[in-house]
Design a protein around this ligand. Structure first.
Ligand code: F6R
Length: 607
């Protein structure tokens, strides 16, 4: 999603701005641009497509200046063209914007009626014109910005340059994050601490409605009522060291292979294997009175929540409702006083999830969040913080964050069951033992990489693929289909295996591979029956099961993938590996941009 960096320094800033943009590349974008103030004029370079295109433009026409702003854009209003790329500028003002100005249409009409002309289709350009009008009328930058911010509806993080003020940068946030970075001889703005990691770790996170005047020597922050405020300066802990791909061809593959380690790392904070106990980093008393939980998330994180629903209901006997964040907020959900709303997010910045979280809080819910980025808005705003320790996830398609979320959610379900007196010490020890086995089982699952690569070559030519699973493996089927769609652009659907006969079975023919997730366990026989219904209609099955399951049902399959024998509790964690590897290898065979698939963004900061 869009990324922002701004610098007020004493040396040349363009190379640093580009360096900041490089760090933001993983978020996904489709154009980029830079603006500096040079010799009393705003000077811009912009380019469609990858950052290297902008670098080439800068090589042909270098930009100089001690102050500048830069942006990677993920198109919302207007195609990803050079004209729509940020920064947007008038003769007086240049700015970069993340988010969506929802009332941009009436504002644009109003500006056009006053004779202003636009070069882009973006919502962002109206903000440049509105502020510019006030500057042209003689307002100081602070006065002009404060006045215009109050006219904007929607979500924004802004960084604004003023031609006549070459030592000053103004930033503002509402809904989209913005960070101030304090360096030795420069001050920075960034859409996250990672953008500033090469320059400084000393950062202050702006709060909702804040705006900030940045100079080389520091920053003055104001709240939504324009009162001067202090925001704590913290150490981000994000180092300048580049995260590289090591020997892997893509970040996604590296992250898939990191899972045994990061799941173990995450579990360390949630279970005590020697004592046979779960040990959440939140107090038990917060959980014992909970009668109902609402889980809210988006995409892959939502599927982790779907798995958790099975666990929470099975172990803790607590009713669980689950919703995608973009629906939850607008469907007027019934919120019981003191109910628990559980949010799940890798980035902690997903706009839909963050807005739903604030909505739940305002409705009197206690808000718990399972989140991977410890400095994110969700982590900072939650009542109960349940961190995953997956490390930075660069690949746009989420992999290691998902399995770490599952590990935390399984421990949460067990902890809640214990707090409610529904788990004997022996049962708790059992769960902890199985969870502790997950990292080794993940390692064994990864050993199937080569056979999975071979099977991927067969599936890569398909136009449609179906995934089937039952119980907690049903969300895995959905996740498998999502991964495949995202990175290979093959149409895929996930179904509850038993639901197949109620309609989707009409799709079955010998051209549609059907990937069945069926670990041995109480639901195995049922899933095999559904598999046979597919086979009876000429469907080609890829069976993912353990040795027992493959021996029992693998005979007439197109291919089988053998997973280690695992307890059903950890099967969804372990079976994530083959669905991730299948999607990865199919995409790699097709030659798509695996780490930054078309149209997608890592952190979706618009609604
Ligand atoms: C899929 C994927 C997305 C995210 C979704 C939520 O591979 O990455 O579906 O899971 O955008 O993102 P977070 O978890 O950051 O809230």
């Amino acid at each position: 999603m869009c990324g922002i960096i701004g610098i007020v320094g004493s040396g040349e800033v363009t190379a640093h701005l580009v360096e900041g943009l490089r760090r933001l590349e993983y978020r996904g974008y489709d154009s980029a641009g830079v603006c500096t103030i040079n010799n009393g004029a705003l000077d811009r370079r912009r380019a469609e497509g990858k950052l290297d295109n902008l670098v080439n433009v800068l090589a042909a026409e270098p930009l100089i200046g001690h102050i500048g702003i830069a942006h990677t854009r993920w198109a919302t209003h207007g195609a990803p063209t050079t004209n729509n790329a940020h920064p947007h500028a008038t003769a007086e003002v240049s700015l970069v914007h993340n988010g969506i100005i929802e009332n941009f249409k009436p504002l644009r009409d109003e500006l056009i009626a006053r004779g202003r002309t636009f070069e882009s289709q973006t919502d962002s350009e109206v903000v440049a014109h509105l502020i510019s009008e006030r500057i042209e009328a003689g307002d100081m930058p602070e006065i002009a910005t404060a006045a215009i911010l109050k006219r904007l509806h929607g979500a924004f993080a802004l960084a604004i340059l003023f031609r006549q003020y070459p030592d000053l940068l103004i930033g503002a946030r509402l809904g989209s994050p913005l960070v101030v970075g304090y360096g030795d001889d420069a001050t920075y703005l960034g859409s996250d601490a990672l953008a500033l990691a090469s320059f400084t770790q000393r950062v202050a996170y702006l709060e909702e409605g804040d705006w900030v005047v940045v100079t080389r020597d520091g920053a003055r922050i104001f709240d939504a009522q324009d009162r001067p405020v202090e925001r704590e300066v913290t150490i981000s802990g994000v180092t300048g060291a580049y995260i590289d791909k090591g020997n892997y061809r893509h970040f996604m593959l590296k992250e898939i292979f990191e899972q045994p380690v990061v799941v173990a790392q995450t579990l360390q904070s949630y279970i005590k294997p020697l004592d046979g106990q779960v040990a959440l980093p939140i107090p038990d008393f917060a959980l014992s009175s909970i009668q109902r939980i609402t889980i809210i998330a988006c995409g892959t994180s939502y599927y982790a929540g779907m798995v958790a629903k099975y666990w929470l209901e099975q172990f803790a006997r607590v009713a669980v409702e689950i919703d995608v964040a973009s629906e939850y907020r607008y469907r007027e959900p019934v919120m019981e006083e003191g109910g628990l709303a559980l949010f799940i997010s890798q980035s902690g910045e997903t706009a839909d999830t963050l807005a739903a979280m604030r909505h739940a809080k305002a409705g009197g819910q206690k808000v718990a969040v399972v989140v991977n980025v410890p400095t994110s808005s969700m982590a900072r705003e939650a009542d109960l913080l349940l961190p995953t320790h997956a490390g930075t996830e660069i690949g746009v398609a989420s992999t290691k964050a998902f399995t770490c979320q599952l590990a935390v959610l399984a421990a949460l379900a067990a902890n809640l069951a214990r707090a409610k007196g529904r788990l004997s010490a022996e049962q708790e020890r059992d769960i902890v033992t199985h969870l502790a086995e997950a990292p080794a089982a993940l390692n064994m699952a990864l050993q199937q990489d080569e056979p999975i690569q071979a099977i991927s070559a067969i599936i890569a030519g398909a136009r449609d693929v179906l995934y089937l699973g039952r119980g907690p493996d049903y969300p895995l089927a959905l996740e498998g289909a999502l991964k495949l769609k995202e990175i290979s652009y093959i149409h895929a659907e996930g179904y509850a295996a038993g639901e197949m006969k109620h309609g989707p079975i009409a799709l079955i023919d010998d051209l549609v591979p059907v990937i069945v997730l069926a670990p041995s366990g109480p639901l195995f026989e049922k899933t095999v029956s559904n598999m046979q219904e597919v086979q009876a209609r000429g469907g080609k099955i890829v069976l993912i099961s353990d040795a027992t399951g493959v021996a029992a049902a693998g005979e007439d399959c197109l291919a089988t993938i053998t997973m280690p024998d695992v307890h059903p509790l950890i099967a969804p964690i372990v079976y994530a590996i083959p669905v991730q590897l299948l999607a990865y290898h199919i995409a790699a065979i097709k030659g798509t941009d695996v780490d930054q698939p078309r149209n997608l963004a890592k952190s979706v900061t618009v609604e």
